[in-house]
Write a protein that binds this ligand. Sequence first.
Ligand SMILES: [Zn+2]
Length: 225
Amino acid sequence: VLTTRRDGSSPPPWDGLNVAGHVGDDPDRVAANRAALQVGIQPAHGLAWADQVHGADVAVVTGAGTSSGVDALVTRVPGLALAVQAADCLPVLLAEPVVGVVAAVHAGRQGLVAGVLQAAVQAMVDLGADPGRTSAVLGPAVCGACYELPQELADDVGAAVPGSRSTTRQGTPAVDLAAGAEALLSGLGVRTARVGGCTLEDPDRFFSFRRDGQTGRHAGLVWLE
Ligand SMILES: [Zn+2]
């Protein structure tokens, strides 16, 4: 499941379904938004969140709660929904239905370069998953025509994550997070599908840090039935 900013109880600039507690919103409202999300999807064992740091560390989780310092969550526990939050960074949701392993990954520029997707797939493999039976949904993120970066930085990302270098509509250096993630996952044998479009270009549905600065975060969630 990929949430949008619609519904929820937060006022501007976090309006409305902000799931992030680190962006200045009232913690009670964030808790209410997360609770409403949980009611909406009814996972038997609740929600597992990550306190994300734009790194490549993975937590294998077995119960609800928050894992600190990780950008990827992996589980084999049915009914435990894994949740990552983003507002331009790319949420990636992975599932291997035969063995029964899922992962939720926060894959922004820094995480992609650090290897968070490879680390998440490896953690799934360690739990018995076969990448050839694994599917990945790439959620909404700032697109390759919007994500402008200084040339040197864009080139560095392009070198570290083949397929990610792009140019903006104005012809300036840019990075395409989804294209980079797609190339990376395909190289590991994982099937991919893109859902959701560009966060920066869709203010009605998505939060965008690059567009708005202080704003909320939407969520990507995955769980085993
Ligand atoms: Zn865009």
